[in-house]
Design a binder for this molecule. Structure first.
Ligand SMILES: Nc1ncnc2c1ncn2[C@@H]1O[C@H](COP(=O)(O)OP(=O)(O)OP(=O)(O)O)[C@@H](O)[C@H]1O
Ligand SMILES: [Mg+2]
Length: 256
């Protein structure tokens, strides 16, 4: 067997029969229900679903911030919850947290240090990241005074500081103006060109359409579709129409 070949084709992200509920008894809310997704190296995978569908919960499970009730999760061949893998992953939370009294530069420096980077590597990388995120002129301002969009862009820089192979973004375009959105889209395309594997959630269907190789659609914790974007759109109706009718079908099925 050609081991190198086998390794390069093995999935980068592997979610298998994942289930997670909150609460107990009759009040139990199944946030993720028997969900399986596989993502290959170099893919951009868009995770879609209405509010409360289970996107952020899936992402938190994937990062090991929450424990699943059942199922398994793997990233880069490591088992989430057992192995250490975070240093090879960049994560942007749905609600990025920052220390208000630190400047943007200090924030990135702190993340770099926490990721185990050398001071020299950090100092080389930070100006490039600040520039890429259009934050160079705010580099030495305290983050407490940043607008939502600026915080979002700083969150992206934070996710990229240690140059990870796998990127997981929970709604990276949220709160951004059209210029900011355009910059993030451009960045995702560049990251893909660099060979990164990207898993991101979004509500903005046009962005998903512009960026993704494959998509997953989740509703009430259940994966309704997982596959190529082109196949999904093959019926000739637009993404929005197809997405809405799939969610409506899913809702009818869950009531029946
Ligand atoms: N910590 C928690 N405790 C209790 N319930 C939770 C918790 N986190 C999520 N849930 C519930 O799990 C379900 C899925 O939530 P989740 O945040 O994963 O949705 P989402 O798809 O990310 O939605 P949005 O698009 O609004 O961000 C929701 O019903 C939510 O109320
Ligand atoms: Mg969410």
């Amino acid at each position: 067997m050609n081991i190198t070949h086998a390794k390069s084709t093995s999935p980068i992200i592997e979610i298998s029969r994942l289930t997670k509920g909150f609460g107990t008894g009759r009040r139990k809310n199944q946030a993720v229900d028997n969900l399986s997704i596989t993502i290959a190296r170099g893919e951009v995978f868009g995770f879609l679903g209405p509010n409360g569908a289970g996107k952020s919960t899936t992402i938190k499970l994937l990062l090991g911030f929450l424990k699943p009730d059942s199922g398994s999760l793997g990233i880069l061949g490591k088992i989430v919850g057992q192995d250490e893998f975070r240093q090879r992953i960049g994560y942007l939370s749905e609600f990025p947290f920052f220390y208000d009294h630190l400047t943007a530069r200090e924030t990135l420096r702190l993340s770099g240090r926490l990721s185990g980077m050398s001071k020299q590597a950090i100092n080389q990388r930070i100006p490039m990241l600040l520039e890429r995120m259009n934050l160079l002129n705010a580099a030495d301002r305290r983050v407490g005074g940043f607008s939502k969009g600026m915080k979002q862009r700083l969150g992206m820089a934070n996710a990229l500081v240690h140059d990870p192979e796998v990127l997981i973004f929970d709604e990276p375009m949220s709160g951004l103006d059209p210029v900011g959105r355009h910059q993030i889209k451009k960045l995702i395309i560049e990251l893909k060109q660099d060979g990164k594997t990207i898993f991101f959630s979004s509500h903005i269907l046009s962005d998903i359409e512009a960026l993704c190789d494959r998509i997953g659609i989740i509703n009430k914790g259940v994966l309704l579709y997982s596959g190529g974007l082109e196949e999904f759109l093959a019926a000739g109706v637009g993404l929005e129409e197809r997405f809405v009718s799939l969610i409506e079908e899913g809702n009818r099925a869950s009531v029946a």
